[in-house]
Design a protein. Structure first.
Length: 160
């Protein structure tokens, strides 16, 4: 009886992890786990993230995006210049063969959703259209997630 319960728990844990992950495919391109962060009421912009992988033998490029939840969607990059974090819009993301790009909060590429129609709330879903130079365009579903909180420092430690 205990083995049955352990198996049921293991299946539930695996299934719950899979329900959070979602992937899309367009020709030789894999688009993994599109998600956005929640926003506060009246916050005019938000951020979305995903991964891009080119499994093909020829290069491609993400050139633009759009979504009905925002007036515009832009590809941005963040980098440190000295002690200053700089964010700027880029004209696309190059995807050479075998390339994988992971968009993550705090560094590298991300998607800015400018002029939000309403706040992004945890559990909401919305469409995002990705336009690629060669593969064409595809719609993905973005899931809105709460921002993950950093773990508190252990007793006697502090962070700057």
């Amino acid at each position: 009886m205990k083995l049955y319960h352990l198996a049921a728990i293991a299946i539930t844990v695996v299934a719950s992890g899979l329900s959070q992950a979602h992937e899309f495919k367009l020709k030789d391109l894999k688009i993994g786990h599109p998600y956005a962060r929640t926003t506060a009421p009246y916050q005019p912009s938000g951020a979305a993230y995903l991964s891009l992988e080119n499994t093909g033998s020829s290069a491609d490029k993400l050139t633009s995006l759009s979504s009905p939840v925002a007036k515009s969607a832009e590809i941005h990059t963040m980098s440190m210049e000295g002690n200053v974090m700089k964010m700027r819009e880029v004209d696309g993301i190059d995807l050479p063969p075998a390339a994988k790009v992971e968009m993550k909060p705090g560094h590298g590429y991300h998607i800015m959703l400018m002029g939000l129609e309403k706040p992004l709330k945890a559990g909401d879903k919305f469409p995002l259209t990705l336009n690629f130079e060669k593969a064409g365009k595809t719609d993905v579903t973005v899931v809105v997630e709460e921002a993950k909180k950093e773990a508190a420092p252990a007793a006697g430690q502090h962070r700057h």
